[in-house]
Every structure is written in structure tokens, then in C-alpha cells.
Ligand binder design. Structure first.
Ligand SMILES: N[C@@H](CCC(=O)N[C@@H](CS)C(=O)NCC(=O)O)C(=O)O
Length: 286
């Protein structure tokens, strides 16, 4: 197991030569002393997208959990890494000064450009497969991510049950799952395997998987989509993906959903911080 030896390290992050407060990192991988990438994340679909990418690439990295339940993502030091106040973000300390990256798709493309020279989970820049992969990643970022995120919001967190909004986002999520299911089916029929682009597992699969793996939380069943279901189960069995979804904490959602009580507690915990964050945003943007 790559991350059997979790370690705590203390680092000072510098961006544009200004020193920030000391941050606590958990180091993953047995080569963690040499880790040049700092990952700022939380146990959410967008966070998993990057920890899974790093695990698949086998790059040593440090992890700092950003406690979104306490609005740490809105603190000044973090806004210098991601001005949008959202996880995930990374710092690549191999650049001078260290390079910051935010937005899942940008981070995934960057990591592959820098650290996937033999194209294990990506394609050479400019090839047909590369652009097909980028299309599906962009489709995910602007489709499944926001739609399923809103399904979560109205189905799990909103203080009032607005059936119209729940239907709107759950149906849109399922429509997008159908699009992905059909894509996978046509790839399989063309002898390209059950992968989104170019006949192999890539960051486009990681990107879509990171949200589809949370389908039940949005109230969207994956079983009516046979190719999607089979793709999902195959990816869940990849050891690197399994490690990635357990960063920075053990993946709790599926376990919580085994009992009504667990499900309610999980929803309540997340609803509390989402509501608090909304109140603060409302006060700021009257
Ligand atoms: N498009 C962004 C989305 C990032 C995002 O929405 N992250 C969520 C967690 S999944 C977050 O940080 N939420 C905290 C908040 O809403 O304040 C990406 O792909 O990186």
C-alpha cells in the first residue's frame, strides 16, 4: 500500500515570496519526504477527483485537509491558493516560486502534462484522443458536477423540500448518466473497452467517476444504466482509486447510507455547514 506510512509534517508555503502560516500536512506514500505536491482537499467528489489522479499517477504528495465544515476554504491564506474559496487545490513546489492550481480539470490536466510523460492515464497533447478526453472532462465539470451538486443540495441539505428543484436536478443528473452510459456502450461496441476516451482508463474516467461514485447521495440510482454501472464497479476495484477516495479521511457516505440514522446524521452534518456558508455569503453579498 502506497500510503501505509502516514506522517505529519510541517511546511511553510510561499506564494510570490510571501510566507504563509505553517500548515499541517499528512504525507502519503513511502516517498513522502520527497513529495513536491501539496494537495488541499476534503472528502467530497471534487476532492476525490484529485487524490485519485495523484494515486493513479503514483506521485508522492502531502495532504492538507481543508475543513469545509468550518469554512477554512474562505480563510485568507487559502484564498491566495484558490481565490474561489473551494477545494481542491494544489501547490507544485518544483516550480520557483511554487505554482498554485485550482479547479479540478485544470489540476488534472496539469498533473498529466507534468507527471504522465508516458501517457498512462492521458494522451499526447493535440491528438484526437486528447481532445476527446478534454471534451468529456469539460462536459463533466459543467454538467454532472454542478447538476448533481444541486441535486445533493435540494434533496439533502435545503431547509425546505422544494419538489420542483429536487426533480429538476435529479432528472438532469439521470439524463447526464444516460449520456455517459450511451457513450460507454458505443465505445464498447467499437472495441474500445468500457472507457470514456481512446480505449483506456484516463483522467476523463476519474473525473466522471468522482461524481458517479456519489450517485446515491443525490438520489440517483445507477442500476438502470448497465454500462455505467459496470464501468463504476470496475473503477471502484482499482487499488489506486480505492486509496484516492479515502483521502483525506475514510470515505463515509456509503457506510452512513446503510442505516436511516446514519444517512440522516451525514445529511445533517453537511447541511449545517452548507447553511452556515450560505448565511455568510448572503451577509457579504446583500
Ligand atoms: N469546479 C470546482 C468545484 C469545487 C467545489 O465546488 N468544491 C466544493 C467541495 S465538492 C467546495 O469546496 N465547497 C465549499 C463551499 O461551498 O464553500 C472544481 O472542480 O474544482
Amino acid at each position: 500500500m502506497i500510503y501505509c506510512g502516514w506522517r505529519h509534517t510541517t511546511k511553510t508555503i510561499c506564494i510570490n515570496a510571501s510566507a504563509f502560516n505553517s500548515q499541517k500536512f499528512r504525507s502519503f506514500s513511502d516517498m513522502a519526504e520527497n513529495a513536491n505536491i501539496d494537495l488541499y482537499t476534503a472528502g467530497t467528489p471534487n476532492g476525490h477527483k484529485i487524490s485519485c489522479t495523484l494515486e493513479e499517477l503514483g506521485i508522492p504528495y502531502n495532504v492538507q485537509k481543508v475543513d469545509i465544515a468550518k469554512n477554512v476554504q474562505k480563510e485568507e491564506w487559502f484564498l491566495k491558493i484558490n481565490p474561489n474559496g473551494r477545494i481542491p487545490a494544489i501547490m507544485d513546489n518544483t516550480s520557483s516560486p511554487p505554482r498554485r492550481l485550482f479547479e479540478g480539470q485544470a489540476i488534472q490536466l496539469y498533473l498529466c502534462e507534468q507527471y504522465d510523460k508516458d501517457h498512462r492515464i492521458s494522451f499526447p497533447y493535440g491528438s484526437d484522443d486528447y481532445w476527446e478526453m478534454v471534451c468529456w472532462m469539460t462536459w463533466m465539470q459543467s454538467g454532472i458536477g454542478p447538476m448533481q451538486g444541486q441535486a445533493n443540495h435540494f434533496y439533502r441539505y435545503a431547509p425546505e423540500k422544494i419538489q420542483y428543484a429536487i426533480n429538476r436536478y435529479q432528472v438532469e443528473t439521470k439524463r447526464l448518466y444516460q449520456v455517459l452510459n450511451d457513450r460507454l456502450a458505443s465505445q464498447k461496441a467499437a472495441g474500445q473497452g468500457l472507457w470514456i476516451a481512446g480505449g483506456k482508463f484516463t483522467i476523463a474516467d476519474i473525473s466522471c467517476f468522482s461524481w458517479v461514485n456519489w450517485a446515491e447521495w443525490a438520489g440517483a440510482d445507477t442500476k438502470p444504466f448497465p454500462e455505467l454501472q459496470s464501468w463504476l464497479e470496475t473503477i471502484q476495484q482499482r487499488p489506486a482509486m480505492d486509496r484516492g477516495v479515502n483521502v483525506p479521511d475514510a470515505f463515509e457516505m456509503k457506510k452512513a447510507m446503510k442505516t436511516k440514522e446514519g444517512e440522516e446524521q451525514f445529511a445533517k452534518h453537511h447541511s449545517n455547514w452548507v447553511m452556515q456558508g450560505m448565511k455568510e455569503d448572503e451577509a457579504r453579498h446583500k
